[in-house]
Design a protein around this ligand. Sequence first.
Ligand SMILES: [Zn+2]
Length: 1183
Amino acid sequence: MNTPDRDMSLQVPGQVKQRYSSLCSDDELLDDDDSTLWQDEVLRNSQGSVYLPNSGRLPSAIKEDSSQLTAVIKMGWLDKNPPQGALYYQRRWVKLDVDYLRYFDSDKEIYSKGTISTAFITNVSSVGELKFEVATNNRTFIFRAESEAERNDWVTVLQDCTRGRHRHSTMNPGSPLTPDYQGYLELKGLRSKLYTVVALDKVYLYKNIEDYRIGVGITSIEMNVGNVKDTDRRSFDLTTPYRIFSFIAESEQLKEQWVNAMRNAIGEALSNSEVAERIWAEPSNSLCADCGAPKPEWAAINLCVVVCKRCAGEHRGLGPSISKVRSLKMDRKVWTEELIQVFLLLGNERVNSFWAANVPPSEALTPSSCTEERRRFITNKYRQGKYRKYHPLYGNQRELDNALCINVQCSDVLETLSLIFCGADVNCSTGMPNWPSPLSLATAHSQPLQAELISHNLNTELPRSVVDMAMDTVPYAPPPCVSYNGFLFKTASMARAITERKTREEFSRRWCTLNDGTFSYYESDKNSNPNGALKASEIVCLAVDTPERHGYENTFELYSESERLYLFGTDDGDSHKEWVKSLAKSFIPASAEPLLRLGFERIGRLKCKDGLNLQTSKVGWFALVGSTLHAYLNDSKGEEIHLRKLNELSIQQDNEVLVLVEKGRTLYIEGERKLDFAGWCAAIQTAAGSGGDTLSQQQLTETDIPVIVHSCIGYITQCGLTSEGIYRKSGVNSRVAALCERFRQDARSVRLREGEHQVDDVSNTLKRFFRELEEGLFTSEDARTWLSTAAIQDESKKISQYQMLLNRLPRVNKATLQALINHLYCVQRFSELNQMNLHNLAIVFGPTLFQTDGKDYTAGRAIEDLIQHYTLIFEVDEQQLKKQLEEITVIIQVREKLNTKFPSTEPGGHFICTVYLEEKKETAEQHVKIPGSMTAAELTCEVLDRRNIAVKDREYWSCWEVSDKEEMERPLHYQERVLPILHSFGTDSHLLIKKHLAMEAMIVYLTSKVDVSKHGMMKFREERSILGLGLTSGSFHDRYFILNSSSLRMYKEVRSNRPERDWPVKNLRVYLGIKKKLRPPTCWGLTVVYESKKQERPEKQQWYLCCDTQSEMREWYATFLSIQYDGNVWPQDGLQQTRVSRVLPDTRHGNVSLIPLRGSENEMRNSVAAFSQDPLALFRDVR
Ligand SMILES: [Zn+2]
């Protein structure tokens, strides 16, 4: 098995097979991924074909051979689902181009392990955690990405490039759909023959003809680097710089045909690449003129642009009268020397100076743009001529024609292009009898390149954006040409945010001009060369500072696309205003023009996605004004996001995405560039905080109630309705003050929790809020009228007066008053429990809400009226109210039951935890109350019981601690207490009940051992904390380990005497799996956490061990387990015993927090409903 043995090529076939089958079973060979086709070892051993040294690969420099660089749309590492029967995902380097999704063993490989023709992909969709599915008619491939963003990106690009591919298979002449030669061929070293297809300049290998028909192949071989050589009667070699393929045909005659076909393919490939290589010699032609993708193989010969395959598809869609699309590789006949010269002379860059002179950054394509974006852009660019540079003679037909006739006599081909596409008529009359047309004129004046260009445009339809005003698309209006000049004071530009105050000394006086889309600054108004300039299209954000933030009275910041920040200032307020206005006008597109009319603090563009379309992000234009974010996300109308009313505002994914959750939708703003994004985040967060002490300046709920009011009412409803003297008893002053302050800072982030917050503190926080509210709940104008209304004798008159006043309240005040009175109404309905009847509540709330001293009862009377006549004044739906009261009754009952059974003796107590069964998904969720004494086995039984799952013999159901990315997991030992685990792990982990499939093997292993210890080599890597930042360094190294009953020792090598490290086993916590980020060398890894329990020096370390095989890993794991639990790894009588003997939970941990105290009203209602629907869930622990 070790060295290639040339003599083995003399083996009889039987031996080959035998050896082969000992290496992998038939199944494996048939399964796409276990085809060991590309493992050199196997090939060498089985056949001893001639291989290039080592791995048979050449150094990477040669790999960059252009032929291998078909425009890759996306590539990266993914896990691919294992073939049937295997358990583990396989790490694959995956590349997507227009024609194929290919996966490789590594990013160094030339030949793939598998290819899926995009023309055969029927569906691509996200499934489960980080996974996505690629379906063909009869096979589905599952891949797993490393992050959600990555996954979504794959799905997006795949969906985009497979959409509608079926219909366009003619666009795909390089695909094996049009083979030149095909059939089964034996590849030496493989047991099964491969279905081999020679098509154009490539050879494709498939496992069999069925796979060929469904577009699922093994690999393809580019023949431009190939060489075919006869070796024997029936065999021949296809040699490439990377590998030699030794084929055996079925007969001598067939071999001849194969060799011929492959040689033809080589000829094809060599002549094919000739034109492309020549065209690409002009550097700008090696990038697509439309999207910038590398190595574009297509061209629009009349428009003179070289484009990639995807863009070529859209060009085709315009029709040949607009764009004549030809392949650089396949349409050899069209590529005359003249045409090639035209393309070399012009080049994408120069041609784009005409076609793409005015492309707004928001509309520009990138290589990853989706089909829709491409279509729009290419239509705009060539059909509409939206971005072209207008010729000065535009609109003057006679002059244009005249200019064309003159110009074709000289060599300026670009001018001719510009004239033609600005309306000059190529068929116009020159007025010269000998040379009646521009074409003949050009030829006569020996301008073959001019003639070539004209000849391809004799029937071209002209761009019609302005010519044809009736078109459905609005012609592009470039931003109004803004110009403004003046002196400003400027600091040096920066690559970071400005946090400090800049003094006057740090600014220098500069003459600034805004002209023709460029903002420039000069040493003085006498200088003609600017010190610096910024194109308006490069400005991504403009922020206006609050006055006197820096040494100059008024300052503003400009953020550039290239992540620079420019600070300008002036003492002249008017000039400042004018500059801000002009600069904003210069870079905000017409579609978002209304933003310019706002008194914004910050304006600019950001990439974003919203809930309706998570697949693709788009450019949005934003302006921040006070607590409102104005946005233009599509071409559609603008919208407003009220930041104080957001349900959630957070920065996620390592500060790269700002998530704004508002009623009905979520907006994800992406940090395309760090600098301006950070500025936006900070500004939006500040704007979303409470802005002052009046009601409407608070952070609000969807229903316009201040978050603080909503939270306090919710909490009291959950926990305080039975509390005697609620709202009358005072809380602890310092705690109330602290809570008020926290709400003031960011009410949205405050989570009131039982055990953590006392009922009376919360009730007093609410009261204090209303008492200190600027202008009061009833507004300063109307408060007196409200009070006087209480004196009206006639009941119905009084009520209609209240109603009138209610309707006069501002929206927020009205909503808040209604919510509060509703709450107080409920409180007094349970007055037999809390002793707070109508009158008592009115005494407390009258002076609080009216902010009076409480010397008389007027205010109290008004509140009493409002509560008493609550349903009338507020026109309440009685059914709704009844339901609400029933819900509250359930809450109270549930709490009572639990409180009598588990008297609260200590704070904190146990809590409800979400546990999943078998898989982390919503339907597998169970909410389980975890008493302090609950063991993993008890929790497991609890969940299985609820789901009515019987435990069979030799089924090892366990409770697992699983990290969110499912990269690491640990089965809890059955006796392990769950509560401390819950406390110790972060939000990125969860508990999962599932079978421990390796348990049996581990038990068998352990029983076979006389003493429990183990030694052997493992690969080791340490998590070294750099400056306490938790950054990791280092890599995996081989080490020798000895694990015995007391410690785990690590030695540099087997013969080392002294251990490098020595850890006490009982303090180790061992997880299966290693974070992928660390690039473990094998997939059999363990993550070990060491926690020293030393009081004086608590310490946490983490490191990683990698084994070579799964069974090795199991053995190590079993040994750890056995040592840690003294051989007791599984209950003797199985889990069933635990089930039967399970007793009441320990009552020492009382004070139940029954319903999660968070989330919206609806969430709370739902959880109450869940409890009332499943009464068993409540009483299970009590029986
Ligand atoms: Zn392109």
